[in-house]
Design a protein around this ligand. Structure first.
Ligand code: FAD
Ligand code: SF4
Length: 460
């Protein structure tokens, strides 16, 4: 057992029966296959992203000896046995490093699209497709780009050639292919696995304990792997090319205030944006290609125009809510008085209801006071909730003018951005100063109700 050779002993210098997950991870032996999570269950083990960008198991609740036994016997980080002698075909040549081999061949997929899209000739994709088409297996377990966050990888069950092809190519970052392996066995259907050698080792280890593996895992196809890179490395490559994330700042604003379809005359005509319609805004949003796109907008600017189908895409919705009294006094401070629509809480409530109906588990609420009081921890919780890496530079910026797409907009909105332009970080919250106008009281009371009902879900 490799871990024993790494000197993992208990305090009395006696060998422990089982290594804990923490010991496996701390010794640098885990490769993030996810099998232990599948064995222990998601209520006891979670696969989490470390600050370096590695996926590693964390014990949520103590594991009993039986579970630890199963993990220790199957974890490919600590068990790399040689092939069972009876499984080695007659005449196979055995190499000390590579093990037994019966044949070595050079080849590539003959289907041009598979060959082109595959990592190095598309052999794995071609073989997996062949197995499906010949009905040798019902599906392929492998990994593919996450639909929600394409830079990340996730396990995929492919039941047809289209899905197999979509997942072709090498995913050099973490991907936890075996995170649901026991559930996949529970399907009780024959399948093939494409994975890294360590993933396949985990399956072979499990085969010695669970007879279903031999019966159901009909083929294991593996690739040459010189090691997996951390997600943070991939992010820094993207950084170097300036392709990490995009921020869309209020894309619906021009439509709401300046176009011929505008709902407010607050700022008068603006020739440049007169013909800027919903289609153009939606095209602009959908044309973003970077791995992460943050789009910030006001509910009242968005709701009258946005494509409802778009809201139901796999997006992560965040509601940033602020105490309405503070919000209203900010308008007054600039000598501006919002209409009930511009005050925004009615549309915020309507948007919340639409999103919650479709997207409840993914909807995130951030309270502005909490964000201002404890920016670092709120950002960390937020990053975790949306599935991106937190980095401290998120909390500061250079003193500079907020960029606008026209001089007219720059003039109109400059008073709103004064505090942010003259600061370099998130300022602590301040107590609101001033009186609310009597005619605004009904609007404020309604807004308070919405604020209170949303802020109870705010990230801690
Ligand atoms: C982490 C990693 C390290 C590698 N290191 C080397 C190396 O050191 N030297 C070298 O020559 N080549 C390396 N490769 C490339 C690898 O050898 C090729 O992917 C292999 O030749 C298969 O090519 P293909 O065209 O047949 O695969 P394709 O037809 O493109 O199919 C690839 C299949 O592998 C699956 N897959 C992709 N990434 C992963 C992953 N991370 N975990 C599990 N399954 C995955 C996909 O789901 C797909 O089914 C590495 C690949 C990976 C993913
Ligand atoms: S089973 Fe896989 S994920 Fe779990 S500790 Fe071992 S290598 Fe890591």
């Amino acid at each position: 057992m490799i871990a024993r050779e790494h000197g993992l002993m208990n305090k009395t210098n006696q060998k422990q029966d089982n290594l804990s997950l923490d010991e496996i991870v701390t010794a640098g032996l885990c490769m993030g296959c996810g099998l232990c999570r599948s064995i222990a269950g998601s209520d006891r083990v979670e696969i989490a992203m470390t600050p370096e960008g590695r996926e590693r198991p964390i014990e949520l609740r103590p594991l009993d000896e039986k579970t630890l036994d199963a993990i220790d016997a199957t974890c490919p980080g600590i068990r790399v046995p040689s092939a069972e002698p009876e499984s080695i075909p007659e005449g196979a040549e055995t190499d000390t490093v590579w093990g037994p081999a019966t044949q070595m061949a050079i080849g590539y997929a003959t289907e041009p699209e598979i060959r082109h899209r595959g990592s190095s000739g598309g052999v794995l994709t071609a073989l997996a497709t062949y197995l499906l088409e010949r009905k040798e297996v019902d599906f392929i377990l492998h990994v593919a780009a996450s639909k929600e966050r394409p830079i990340a990888s996730e396990p995929r069950l492919s039941f047809d050639a289209v899905s197999v092809l979509e997942a072709s190519g090498s995913r050099y970052g973490p991907g936890h292919p075996l995170i649901d392996f026991m559930e996949v066995l529970d399907l009780n259907r024959p399948f093939a696995v494409v994975g890294k050698p360590c993933d396949i080792t985990a399956i072979r280890n499990l085969e010695r304990r669970d007879s279903r593996v031999k019966q159901l895992v009909r083929y294991c196809l593996s690739l040459i792997c010189g090691g997996m890179s951390d997600l943070s490395k991939m992010l820094s490559v993207l950084d170097q090319f300036g392709v990490r994330e995009t921020v869309l700042h209020e894309p619906f604003l021009n439509l709401y205030y300046f176009s011929q379809w505008r709902r407010s005359d607050r700022f008068g005509d603006n020739e440049q944006h007169l013909d800027y319609g919903t289609n153009q805004v939606m095209e602009h949003i959908k044309s973003q290609t970077k791995p992460v796109c943050f789009m910030k907008d006001m509910a009242y600017q968005t709701l009258p125009y946005i494509d409802r189908h778009f809201l139901n895409q796999p997006l992560k919705h965040t509601f940033l809510v602020r105490n309405p009294k503070k919000s209203l006094l900010s308008w007054y401070r600039l000598n501006e008085f919002p209409t009930a629509e511009e005050f925004g809480f009615d549309d915020l409530k309507a948007l919340w209801q639409i999103v919650i109906e479709e997207n409840q588990p993914k909807t995130i609420v951030v309270d502005a006071d909490r964000l201002q009081s404890d920016p670092e921890n709120t950002f960390k919780s937020y990053c975790q909730a949306v599935g991106i890496e937190f980095y401290p530079e998120m909390l500061s910026w250079k003193e500079e003018r907020v960029k606008q797409d026209s001089s007219h907009k720059a003039k109109v909105f400059s008073p709103w951005h004064q505090i942010v332009e003259n600061s370099t970080g998130i300022l602590p919250p301040t107590e609101p100063v001033g009186e609310i106008r009597s005619q605004d009281m009904p609007m404020l009371e309604r807004a308070m109700e919405t604020y209170n009902s949303l802020s109870q879900f705010a990230l801690k």
